[in-house]
Design a protein around this ligand. Structure first.
Ligand SMILES: Nc1ncnc2c1ncn2[C@@H]1O[C@H](COP(=O)(O)OP(=O)(O)O)[C@@H](O)[C@H]1O
Ligand SMILES: [Mg+2]
Length: 390
């Protein structure tokens, strides 16, 4: 039966999700704060609102009466979701999951205090003085992050006492909304970090994708690859933590659960209750179902017989380098002239420095060398240049 799905946030991840649910015959209203956002270009209807404004959210929910609300970003007045759930609307994966991850505090306290998962030692601070005390408590080096922020915005590392005030000011400039509080985390000297895509289902067991490795720069991922080499005991530990935290949040859908792998063990870092940017590697056909197809099935309550490993793959981002609009891409044909390579261009109407505009995908057989596949993705992504035409 056709469902009316309201997608809140219409970026590149939302766009692939819309394509997945459209293939299953669903109706989608794509919402964002600007016109012609990627997912709006492939949806049935669109709305442009400020999603942090609860009254605006209420208005479009009343107007469209969706069966399902699918958040694609964190910056939403998620407190409203509990009401929508009471009204009988399915919130994905659950109102609690979306609300607990809107802000770093609820999810971190749930993971560390309630569930007892290993996380970096942490404190909160609402003033510069409190930050000084918090740094003392967790030790240096440590990482400061605004409680509400994403993509590394406002995030910095304190290595000596001289960095504390700079870190505080940087966090205040990079935060989203008016919440001044920050989290201070002990710096984890990890050997690698992974995303474990975890699917919870309305009926059926929780499923895990093979781990995805990734490299972050300026708070955004640059390359991701699947599978990441993870010792079996560490993978089991990560799966166990992912199962616990997703169960506590409830509902059905895909979660991107982030972990640090360190000599002393596996650390839970954070989680997105939705497809994860590093999971775009699954668009390279690494699995029988991409993370977007998996999300679509989980959300619609359709069965997932199994997640199978089909190829090894990598993704590398294509970034803009300046402000502008109506971007033109060069080098696309060179990428596509290579075997086992593909590309996604998101269709974002405007550019700014480091804005992610597309992704190159490379792949090979399921026993092929992942490092070589990753190196190819990086080299091919470098061939693509983004030129704003205005
Ligand atoms: N406590 C930490 N120790 C070491 N590196 C960290 C720590 N916290 C974050 N990082 C690095 O910064 C990246 C972004 O941090 P994260 O908490 O995931 O924020 P965001 O919500 O912006 O993705 C991580 O993927 C990791 O590379
Ligand atoms: Mg992250």
């Amino acid at each position: 039966m056709q469902k009316k799905i309201m997608l809140l946030g219409s970026g590149e991840l939302g766009k692939e999700f819309v394509i997945s649910v459209k293939r299953l015959g669903q109706y989608v209203i794509a919402v964002d704060s600007y016109h012609d956002a990627p997912a709006q270009q492939v949806a049935d209807a669109r709305e442009v609102i400020n999603m942090l404004d609860g009254a605006e959210l209420d208005r479009i929910v009343a107007k469209h009466q969706p069966d399902i609300i699918v958040p694609e970003i964190e910056a939403i007045r998620t407190e409203r979701f509990y009401d929508y759930e009471t009204q009988g609307i399915q919130v994905v994966p659950s109102a609690k999951a979306a609300n607990f991850t809107m802000n770093r505090r609820a999810i971190r306290d749930l993971a560390a205090r309630e569930l007892g998962l290993r996380t970096a030692n942490y404190r909160y601070a609402g003033t510069l003085e409190a930050l000084q005390a918090a740094v003392e408590a967790v030790g240096m080096p440590c990482v400061v992050k605004p409680l509400m922020s994403s993509s590394g915005k406002g995030q910095s590392v304190i290595r000596s006492a001289a960095d504390i005030e700079t870190a505080w000011n940087y966090a205040q400039h990079g935060k989203r909304g008016d919440q001044v509080e920050v989290i201070v985390e002990a710096f984890v000297h990890f050997t690698s970090e992974i995303t474990l895509l975890t699917v919870t289902q309305q009926q059926g067991p929780t499923l895990f994708c093979l781990p995805i490795g990734h490299r972050q720069e300026r708070g955004d991922y640059q390359e991701s690859w699947q599978p990441a080499a993870v010792p079996v005991d560490q993978l089991a530990e990560a799966q166990d933590m992912a199962a616990k935290v997703t169960q506590a949040l409830g509902g059905a859908g895909i979660f991107g659960v982030e972990f640090f792998l360190a000599p002393e063990g596996v650390y839970f870092s954070e989680l997105s209750p939705r497809p994860h940017d590093t999971g775009m590697v699954t668009l390279a056909g690494t699995q029988n179902l991409s993370e977007f197809d998996l999300h679509a099935r989980a959300v619609l309550g359709l069965p997932i017989a199994a997640i199978t490993h089909e190829r090894n793959g990598a993704s590398a981002v294509i970034l803009a380098d300046r402000e502008g609009s109506e971007p033109v891409f060069t080098g696309v044909a060179e990428v596509l002239s290579q075997p086992n390579a593909d590309i996604r261009l998101f269709g974002k109407p405007t550019t700014r420095p480091y804005r992610r505009m597309g992704v190159v995908l490379t792949y090979d057989k399921p026993d092929a060398d992942v490092e070589a596949i990753k190196a190819r993705a990086i080299a091919l992504a470098r061939l693509v240049k983004v030129e704003p035409s205005k």
